[in-house]
Design a protein around this ligand. Structure first.
Ligand SMILES: *[C@@H]1O[C@H](CO)[C@@H](O)[C@H](O)[C@H]1NC(C)=O
Ligand SMILES: *[C@@H]1O[C@H](CO)[C@@H](O)[C@H](O)[C@H]1NC(C)=O
Ligand SMILES: *[C@@H]1O[C@H](CO)[C@@H](O)[C@H](O)[C@H]1NC(C)=O
Ligand SMILES: *[C@@H]1O[C@H](CO)[C@@H](O)[C@H](O)[C@H]1NC(C)=O
Ligand SMILES: *[C@@H]1O[C@H](CO)[C@@H](O)[C@H](O)[C@H]1NC(C)=O
Ligand SMILES: *[C@@H]1O[C@H](CO)[C@@H](O)[C@H](O)[C@H]1NC(C)=O
Ligand SMILES: *[C@@H]1O[C@H](CO)[C@@H](O)[C@H](O)[C@H]1NC(C)=O
Length: 368
């Protein structure tokens, strides 16, 4: 008995590990030298940059102009002593600003809300899109063929100013957001890189609502509602791994941990209910949704609170009932070596109530 008890205590005691350390993007180098050595080009570029405001993304003409100016700075900067042996990306980072990848008011207040509605399948006209939009070529042709549909969504999703901007510049916006830059330098600086990343953030669609509607006790891989949320999680993971733009170095790895944990959950739950069927009778899990459980497990995973966050979470929710069961078991059956396996002990609990009744009956019979 004591052995099992200690085993559970070890789940309950948090193991604190240093929380994740975030490192910033690679620092800009040779800025002073570039300002000095390429003053003319920098000045021209800076002038063009003044035409870019925080509210609206630059469209074709301004983007082309800016790109030319920044390429001029790069051409000049690559001849500077300071950049000897440095990568083209380093020169790019110093010479050019985040004009394409930057998020403007329009992105927050219009494009993101539109994508959210598309992935929530709120509109019939985009219901069949699935994850097709993640392919930029396909996205462009869908924007073109379903223009009326996207404008209808925008009218509901965006404020008037942004809706008018979208309406007035629809074709250009679509082109800028869904075209790969020419030449494609893979510096992850283009508007299409931003657009792809925006989709990763919005494609979770109804994930939370859907995962909240599934009771944790009915989670198994043959449940269609479970298959649905697992699919969303897989799409999210794929998108994040393909996205070139990250908030910080850790982001890809931690998002993988989040999605992997979620995808393992149905099998983990099926498994634990099979080994420890008594859990199915506990009140602690009765009203809990799949999402609640995952959410709690992730708060453990996030801070590395326990070596096995899955069991940690079950124990956390059901501690009272588990402890009560242990007391009952001790009273009714007393210690026995074979019960020292937690797996076995749990399966014994299933018949705990009957056993207790059985013990009493025996006593009564003895009395006769
Ligand atoms: C260009 O703008 C940047 C950022 O505002 C500034 O640091 C730099 O001194 C400017 N360079 C020139 C040559 O005007
Ligand atoms: C491009 O930038 C230059 C320099 O700032 C400016 O003179 C010109 O008017 C710009 N052209 C467009 C189309 O914005
Ligand atoms: C995107 O879709 C186009 C057209 O259907 C296809 O040719 C291309 O291979 C796709 N790209 C990717 C990365 O899947
Ligand atoms: C899976 O869950 C569904 C919904 O709760 C249930 O009807 C079905 O019997 C379960 N299947 C298995 C194999 O447990
Ligand atoms: C992310 O994971 C990869 C592969 O497992 C590893 O090589 C890399 O060091 C990790 N990066 C961080 C920042 O933890
Ligand atoms: C949960 O599932 C993962 C992946 O299948 C597995 O590695 C892990 O051991 C499981 N955890 C538990 C407690 O069953
Ligand atoms: C579970 O939900 C039912 C109905 O909503 C409620 O009556 C019951 O008290 C809840 N049980 C727990 C343990 O929260």
């Amino acid at each position: 008995m004591r052995f099992i008890f200690q085993l559970f205590l070890s789940f309950l005691v948090p193991i604190l590990v240093d929380s994740t350390v975030y490192s910033p993007n690679s620092p800009t180098i040779c800025l002073a030298e570039t300002n000095k050595g390429c003053q003319e080009q920098m000045k021209m570029k800076n002038q063009t940059l003044e035409s870019v405001n925080d509210n609206f993304p630059p469209l074709k003409a301004l983007m082309k102009n800016y790109t030319e100016q920044c390429q001029n700075v790069m051409k000049c900067a690559s001849g500077l002593e300071c950049f000897k042996g440095k990568s083209e990306k380093a020169i790019f980072q110093t010479s050019c600003d985040e004009v394409g990848i930057k998020r403007y008011g329009f992105d927050y207040n219009c494009m993101a809300p539109i994508l959210k509605r598309v992935y929530q399948e709120e509109y019939i006209c985009t219901k069949d899109f699935g994850y097709k939009m993640l392919n930029l070529t396909v996205a462009q042709s869908l924007f073109k063929s379903e223009k009326q549909c996207f404008l209808t969504i925008a009218r509901n999703a965006c404020d008037t100013t942004n809706y008018n901007f979208f309406l007035k510049n629809y074709d250009e916006i679509v082109e800028v957001y869904t075209s790969r830059p020419v030449p494609d330098n893979s510096f992850c600086a283009s508007t299409s890189d931003k657009f792809h990343r925006l989709q990763c953030e919005k494609l979770d669609g109804g994930f939370m609502t859907k995962a909240t509607s599934v009771p944790v006790l009915s989670v198994n891989l043959s449940n269609p509602a479970v298959q649905d949320v697992v699919e969303i999680s897989e799409a999210m993971e794929k998108c994040m791994q393909e996205s070139c733009w990250v908030f910080n170095e850790d982001e890809k790895n931690s998002s993988k941990v989040f999605t992997d944990t979620f995808q393992a959950l149905p099998a983990n739950l099926t498994n634990v209910f099979k080994l420890r069927p008594r859990l199915l009778e506990y009140k602690c899990l009765a009203n809990m949704s799949f999402y609640d459980f995952y959410h709690e497990q992730m708060s453990c995973v996030r801070i590395n609170e326990a070596p096995d966050c899955f069991m940690f979470t079950i124990t956390k929710f059901c501690r009272e009932e588990i402890l009560t069961d242990f007391e009952n078991l001790e009273v009714s059956m007393g210690p026995k070596n074979q019960y020292n396996s937690p797996e076995f002990a749990f399966s014994m609990f299933k018949d705990n109530k009957k056993k207790r009744r059985f013990v009493i009956t025996m006593n009564d019979e003895k009395a006769f």
